[in-house]
Write a protein that binds this ligand. Structure first.
Ligand code: 5GP
Length: 194
């Protein structure tokens, strides 16, 4: 089987509580493994300073997001935080698979479980485990992208999400980022080359 048909239909899912480091891991893997392509989600929160429409997210209003739910544009979607909707667009899967690439997702924990349930063996689901909730809070504060109130919400959600790690195919501990990236690379390569 050639590489093209091998990649057809495969996906790698990264989920974790906010601040656990999954975005850093996903971004590093995209640089290291050329057959991966990032699925750009839709979301209804405002862009942060360094974010771009169509690169980090497809930013849209809540109304627009709800229209897309009605039109069944999403493989899955969640109201991740109050009135902040995030969703995986079916069109992203089609775009990436038609380029013979493997889709890589950065989604919340519920979304990760949902995608794995729908796609089964063509999906590898990976949970990124932070060293502790205290460390998570430190990282979120250091990031300086969220207000105190938002950080509080994210920490509350994280405490619930940690209990769902057992539903994933693999758990990667992110105590030392470089080590976690190396481990993720080796696991993902094994899955892609299977
Ligand atoms: P942030 O606002 O920090 O970019 O993202 C908040 C959370 O939403 C993160 O855990 C991120 O992985 C998750 N997220 C991003 N896109 C999606 C998506 O399409 N579906 C789901 N369920 N969660 C998403």
């Amino acid at each position: 089987m050639n590489q093209e048909s091998n990649n057809q239909g495969r996906v790698v899912i990264f989920s974790a509580p906010s601040g656990a480091g999954k975005t850093s891991i996903v971004q590093s893997l995209l640089k290291r493994i050329p057959s991966l392509e990032f699925s750009i989600s839709a979301c209804s929160r405002a862009p942060r300073k360094n974010e771009n429409h169509g690169k980090d997210y497809f930013f849209m209003s809540s109304e627009e997001f709800k229209e897309n739910i009605k039109k069944e544009c999403f493989l899955e979607w969640e109201e991740v935080y109050e009135n902040h909707f995030y969703g995986t667009l079916k069109s992203e899967l089609i775009r990436i698979w038609s380029n013979s690439k493997v889709v890589i997702f950065d989604v919340d924990v519920k979304g990760g479980i949902n995608i794995k349930k729908q796609l089964g063996d063509v999906a590898l689901s990976i949970f990124v485990m932070p060293p502790s909730v205290l460390e998570l809070e430190k990282r979120l504060r250091h990031r300086q992208t969220d207000s105190d109130e938002k950080i509080k919400q994210r920490i509350q959600k994280a405490e619930i999400e940690l209990k769902d790690a057992k539903h994933f195919d693999v758990i990667i501990n992110n105590d030392v980022l470089e080590k976690a990236i190396d481990e993720a690379e080796s696991i993902v390569r094994k899955f892609i080359e299977k």
